[in-house]
Write a protein that binds this ligand. Structure first.
Ligand code: HEM
Length: 541
C-alpha cells in the first residue's frame, strides 16, 4: 500500500513536474520569441538609423511606439514631444516609413526652399489617384517628374494663382458667394420664433452653397440637395479609408458610389458647357491646364471633386469655429458687433424697416477685431495637420546638416508652430492655449494685425494656398452677416462648453482645422436687422 502510495506520489510528482515544465515552456517559448523579436527590432532600428539623421524618438517598442503614441496622444503628441525633448527636428520610425517631424521654424523655411528634393507633388499625386479614382494616363501625368518646377502641380499652381489673387476673377467669385450667403439668411431669418439647427450642419450647408456658387455659377451641381448629400454624408466621410487604400472598394463602397455620382455631375456640367457661362476663372484654369497636359475630360471632372475638397473642407470647419468663438463668449460678439456697426454698416435712408447696407470693403479692411478673431481661430483651431513633403533623394537639410533619407516624409505640425513656448515669438507662453480674440491687434489699436506671418494655416513658400484671399473674405463676411442678423444659443440642456475637439489625430486630409467631435444643436433668432451686403471691388486683403 505504501509502495502503491509512494509510486502514485512518484507518478503525481513526475506528472506535476511534466505539467510545470509544460506550463513554463508554454510561457517560455513565446517569451523568448518576444525577447528575440524585440532585440531584433531594436537592432534593426539602430542599424538602419544613420547617426546623421534627426534623433529618433519613441523607440521603446521599435516601430510601434510612435503608432501607439499617435493613437493615445492624438494631435497633442507633437507638442508634448517638442516640450519634452526640445529637438529642432526628430525622427519617428513607423512600420515601413520614417517621418522627420520638424519643430524649428527656420528648418521649415529651408524645406520650403528645397522644392526639387522635398516635394508635395508625389503626395498630391498619390492622394488624388487614391481618392479621385483617376485613370492610368492621368496618374502618370500627375506622378511625372515630382522634383521639377514643370511637374503637373507646380505648373497648375502658377496658372491658378493669378485668378485667385485680388482682381476681376476673384471679385466675380466674391460677388456670387456673398450674394448666396445673404439671400439664404434673408430666407431663413424671417420668423421671430427661434429656428433649431445643428450648428455644424447648418454652417456646412451655407458655406458649401456660397463656395460652389462662386465656382460654378447658376448650374452649380451642389444646388441639387442629393449632390450635397452625396458630397458630405457619403464621399467626405469615407476619405480616411480612400486615402489609407486598405480595401477601399469594400470599406468605402458608399463613398466611391457617391464620388462617381459627383464625377458624373461635373462631367455633365462641362459637356453641357455650363462652365462657359458660369464657371469661375479657377474652373477655366483647371480645365485648360488638364487638357493641355493630355488628361481626358472625365478626369477633369474627377479633379473637380478634388478642387471641392480644397475649397470646402477647410472653409466649413473654419466658419464653424469662427461662429463658435463669437457666440460662446458674449464679449467677443459684443466687440465684433460694435466694430461692424461703427465701421461697416450704414442705415438705409429711405427705409423704416431696419434695412442696412453692409460695406463689404470695410468688413475686410476696417474691422481689426473681427479680423483678429478669425486669425485667432486660425491659430487655435488651425492645428488639424501641417506641412508634409516627400524626400525625393538623400540629402542634408540646409545649414542644419541633418541627413534626410529618400522615401521619408517630412512633417511640420501646425500645432507646434501655433503654440509656442518660446517667448521670443509673436505669441507665446502659458496663455497660448487660450482663445484671445484680441491677440493679433496692434498695441495702439490701429492699422493691420501683428504676428500673422507666423501662422501656418495656409501653408507657406511656393505652395502657399492660392485660395487664401477667397477663404479669408468668405469667413469674415459670413461672420459679419451672421453676427449682425442673428443671435445663436445652444438649445436648453446643451452648452457651448459641450463642444470638444479631442478626437483629431492632427493628420487631416485636405483640412488644416481640427474638427469638432460632435455637432451642437442651437437656436437661431433673428436680431431684426436686414442687411444688404454691398461689395465694391476695390479692396485688398
Ligand atoms: C480656410 C480655408 C483654407 C485653408 C486653411 C487652406 C489651406 C491650404 C494649404 C495649407 C495649402 C498648401 C498645401 C501645402 O503645400 O502643404 C493649400 C493649397 C491650395 N488651396 Fe487652400 N486652403 C483654404 C481654402 C482654399 C480655397 C477657398 C481655395 C479655392 C478657392 C483653395 C485652393 C487651394 C489650391 C488650388 C491649392 C494648391 C494645391 C496644390 O498645391 O496643388 N484653398 N490650401
Amino acid at each position: 500500500m505504501l509502495a502503491a502510495f509512494s509510486s502514485s506520489r512518484l507518478i503525481m510528482t513526475s506528472h506535476n513536474a511534466f505539467e510545470s515544465s509544460l506550463v513554463s515552456s508554454t510561457f517560455a517559448i513565446p517569451l523568448l520569441a518576444t525577447v528575440v523579436a524585440y532585440i531584433s527590432l531594436c537592432l534593426l532600428l539602430h542599424l538602419t538609423q544613420d547617426p546623421a539623421e534627426p534623433p529618433p524618438l519613441l523607440k521603446s517598442i521599435p516601430f510601434l511606439s510612435p503608432v501607439l503614441g499617435m493613437v493615445s496622444g492624438r494631435y497633442k503628441l507633437f507638442t508634448s514631444l517638442r516640450d519634452r525633448y526640445g529637438f529642432p527636428i526628430y525622427t519617428l520610425r513607423l512600420p515601413g516609413l520614417r517621418v522627420y517631424v520638424v519643430n524649428d521654424r527656420s528648418l521649415i523655411s529651408a524645406i520650403e526652399r528645397s522644392t526639387r528634393t522635398l516635394s508635395f507633388a508625389p503626395i498630391e499625386a498619390q492622394a488624388a489617384a487614391a481618392v479621385l479614382g483617376t485613370s492610368k494616363v492621368t496618374n502618370e501625368i500627375m506622378a511625372h517628374d515630382p522634383g521639377s518646377d514643370q511637374n503637373h502641380f507646380a505648373v497648375f499652381r502658377k496658372a491658378v494663382r493669378p485668378v485667385l489673387a485680388p482682381g476681376p476673377y476673384l471679385n466675380a467669385m466674391f460677388q456670387r458667394s456673398f450674394q448666396t450667403m445673404s439671400l439664404s439668411l434673408d430666407a431663413q431669418l424671417t420668423s421671430a420664433e427661434p429656428t433649431k439647427v445643428d450648428l455644424l450642419a447648418w454652417i456646412r450647408h451655407e458655406i458649401t452653397l456660397a463656395g460652389t456658387d462662386a465656382e460654378y455659377g447658376e448650374a452649380n451641381p451642389f444646388r441639387d440637395p442629393s449632390i450635397e448629400e452625396s458630397w458630405q454624408r457619403r464621399f467626405v466621410s469615407g476619405l480616411p479609408v480612400l486615402v489609407g487604400g486598405v480595401l477601399p472598394r469594400v470599406l468605402a463602397r458608399q463613398s466611391i458610389l457617391a464620388r462617381e455620382r459627383l464625377v458624373q455631375r461635373f462631367l455633365d456640367y462641362f459637356e453641357q458647357a455650363h462652365h462657359i457661362t458660369g464657371g469661375s476663372g479657377a474652373v477655366h484654369t483647371r480645365l485648360r491646364h488638364n487638357a493641355a497636359a493630355g488628361m481626358p475630360l472625365a478626369d477633369t471632372a474627377r479633379g473637380e471633386v478634388g478642387a471641392c475638397m480644397a475649397f470646402l473642407n477647410n472653409t466649413v470647419p473654419g466658419a464653424f469655429w469662427v461662429l463658435y468663438h463669437m457666440y460662446a463668449d458674449p464679449a467677443v460678439l459684443r466687440h465684433v458687433r460694435e466694430e461692424l456697426l461703427a465701421h461697416a454698416v450704414v442705415k438705409d435712408d429711405d427705409d423704416n424697416d431696419n434695412h442696412h447696407t453692409l460695406n463689404v470693403d470695410s468688413v475686410l479692411s476696417a474691422c481689426p477685431i473681427l479680423k483678429s478673431t478669425v486669425h485667432e481661430v486660425f491659430r487655435v483651431r488651425g492645428i488639424g495637420t501641417g506641412m508634409v513633403r516627400r524626400v525625393l533623394a538623400d540629402q542634408r537639410l540646409g545649414d542644419s546638416g541633418y541627413l534626410l533619407k529618400k522615401g521619408a516624409l517630412v512633417f511640420a505640425p501646425n500645432s507646434v508652430q501655433h503654440q509656442h513656448l518660446d517667448r521670443t515669438r509673436a505669441w507665446s507662453g502659458a496663455d497660448c492655449d487660450r482663445f484671445d480674440h484680441r491677440r493679433f491687434l496692434q498695441p495702439n489699436g490701429g492699422g493691420g494685425l501683428k504676428g500673422t506671418s507666423a501662422l501656418r494655416i495656409f501653408g507657406g513658400g511656393g505652395s502657399y494656398c492660392p485660395g487664401r484671399h477667397f477663404a479669408s473674405a468668405q469667413l469674415l463676411v459670413f461672420a459679419a452677416l451672421v453676427a449682425l442678423r442673428a443671435d445663436i444659443r445652444p438649445v436648453p440642456g446643451r452648452a457651448w462648453g459641450h463642444v470638444t475637439a479631442d478626437r483629431s489625430f492632427g493628420l487631416g486630409i485636405a483640412t488644416g482645422f481640427l474638427m469638432p467631435d460632435s455637432d451642437l444643436e442651437v437656436e437661431i433668432l433673428p436680431t431684426g436687422m436686414k442687411i444688404n451686403p454691398r461689395f465694391t471691388p476695390r479692396f485688398t486683403l
